[in-house]
Design a protein around this ligand. Structure first.
Ligand SMILES: [Zn+2]
Length: 381
C-alpha cells in the first residue's frame, strides 16, 4: 500500500475503508451538535464498537449544556436529564428546556379505598403508568383517569446544582478521537498519529491531552458567542502535531498528537455554533509558549482564574438562552391551552369576539412563568 494513501484504511484495525466498512464519522460528536464528517478515519465496525461508546460518555457529561442550549442533532432529541436544585428537589430537564418534577408513585388508604398518586415526567410515561395501574386493579377506570390527566410545567425557584466536569477514560478518548478525526479530514497520514493513536488503542496508555486553562488560546473570542471548535496545528521547530478542542465555550483541552511529526505543515481550525450548526470564524493561538504547552499536557493546566473566566463567559449565555426557550415554551403552551379550551382548531383564525377570552386563558397559563421570573429576580437583589 502506498503510505501516502493511509487515510484509505481504518486507523484502528487497518481494514480498507470501502463498501460497508466505510463510515461517515462525525469529527465533533453529533450528540453535542457536531456536523462535520470524515470517511477517512476509522471503519464502521471500530466506530460502532469503540467510538460510539466514548462519544456517548462525553455526551452524557455535557448533556446539561446540550439541553439548556437546545442544540440540534441529526437523529432524535437529547435524553432528558435529572437535575438537583440547591434546596434538594429533583427535576428532569427536558429537550424543550422545560423542567418536569421527578417521577413518583405512592399509594395510601383513605376511608378503606386505595388512593394512588402518580407524578410522571411526560404524558407518555403517565399513560404507561396508568395502564399498569389498570392491569393491577380491574375496578380502576382507565378512560376517566386518562381524560383527567393534568399537565403542569414546573419553573424552578431554586438554582440548580450542575456538575461542571469533563474527562475520564471514555470521554478523554472521545476528545482525542475528535482530534484525529479532524486530522484525517485534513488528510494527515495516519502514520503521523503518534501517541494520540496509541492512547485510543491501549486502555492503559497515559492520556496525551490536558485541560487548558493557563491562558485563553482563542485569539478572537467574541464574549457573546459560545462555540465548539477543533484546531489542528503543526510546529516544525519541535516536530509537533497538536490539537486544541473547545466545547460550549468552557471545556478546553490541548492534545499532543505526535512529538515526532514529519508530515506536512498544518494550520486548520473548524468551529461551529452548536445551536444552529453554522460554521464560525475562530482563531487559535499558534504560538503557545513551550512552558505552557508542556504544563498543560502534563496535567498542570488549570489556573482557577482562567477557568472561572471561561465559566463566567459561558454560563450567562446558556442561562439566557434557556430562559428564552422557557418563555417561548410558556407562550406556546398558553396558546395551545386557550385554543383547546375555546375549541379553535390549529391554523383556524381566532374570532374577534373571542379574542379577549382567548388572551385571558393564555395569560392563565403564562402567569406562573411570569411570577417565577419575578420571584427569581427578587432573589438576585
Ligand atoms: Zn477498524
Amino acid at each position: 500500500m502506498d503510505k501516502e494513501d493511509s487515510y484509505k484504511v481504518c486507523a484502528f484495525c487497518n481494514v480498507d475503508l470501502v463498501g460497508q466498512s466505510r463510515s461517515q464519522e462525525h469529527v465533533i460528536p453529533n450528540s453535542i451538535g457536531g456536523r462535520l464528517k470524515t470517511a477517512e478515519f476509522i471503519c464502521a465496525r471500530c466506530n460502532n464498537t469503540k467510538g460510539d461508546s466514548w462519544d456517548s460518555e462525553l455526551a452524557q457529561q455535557l448533556n446539561w449544556f446540550s439541553l439548556s442550549l437546545g442544540i440540534t442533532r441529526e437523529r432524535g432529541l437529547p435524553p432528558g436529564q435529572l437535575v438537583n436544585t440547591v434546596d434538594g428537589r429533583q427535576y428532569t430537564l427536558l429537550p424543550d428546556g422545560s423542567f418536569s418534577p421527578k417521577s413518583s408513585y405512592s399509594e395510601e388508604l383513605v376511608d378503606g379505598k386505595k388512593r394512588i398518586h402518580i407524578v410522571a415526567a411526560s404524558v407518555r410515561e403517565a399513560k404507561k403508568r396508568l395502564s399498569g395501574v389498570a392491569k393491577k386493579h380491574p375496578t380502576f377506570n382507565l378512560e376517566q383517569a386518562l381524560s383527567e390527566l393534568e399537565i403542569q410545567t414546573a419553573y424552578l425557584d431554586s438554582p440548580l446544582t450542575v456538575e461542571l466536569s469533563l474527562g475520564g477514560k471514555a470521554s478523554g478518548r472521545s476528545l482525542v478521537k475528535t482530534a484525529l478525526a479532524f486530522a484525517s479530514y485534513c488528510r494527515v497520514p495516519h502514520r503521523e498519529f503518534g501517541k494520540a493513536l496509541d492512547y485510543l488503542l491501549d486502555a492503559q496508555a497515559e492520556p496525551p491531552y490536558g485541560h487548558a486553562y493557563l491562558s485563553d488560546l482563542v485569539i478572537n473570542r467574541d464574549s457573546k458567542t459560545i462555540f465548539h471548535c477543533v484546531a489542528l496545528k503543526s510546529d516544525s521547530d519541535k516536530n509537533r502535531l497538536w490539537s486544541y478542542i473547545e466545547y460550549f465555550g468552557m471545556f478546553r483541552v490541548l492534545v499532543l498528537i505526535n512529538d515526532n511529526y514529519v508530515g506536512p505543515v498544518i494550520d486548520e481550525t473548524y468551529a461551529i455554533n452548536p445551536i444552529t450548526g453554522e460554521e464560525i470564524e475562530v482563531e487559535v493561538n499558534s504560538n503557545i509558549a513551550d512552558e505552557e504547552f508542556i504544563k498543560v499536557i502534563s496535567g498542570y493546566g488549570i489556573d482557577p482564574v482562567v477557568q472561572r473566566a471561561a465559566a463566567d463567559l459561558a454560563l450567562p449565555i446558556l442561562i439566557e438562552r434557556s430562559e428564552q426557550r422557557t418563555l417561548e415554551g410558556a407562550v406556546r403552551a398558553g396558546f395551545a391551552y386557550a385554543a383547546k379550551t375555546l375549541g379553535i382548531a390549529e391554523g383556524e383564525e381566532i374570532p374577534i369576539e373571542r379574542a379577549k377570552e382567548f388572551t385571558a386563558l393564555m395569560m392563565e397559563k403564562i402567569t406562573p412563568y411570569l411570577s417565577h421570573l419575578i420571584r427569581s429576580n427578587r432573589q438576585h437583589l
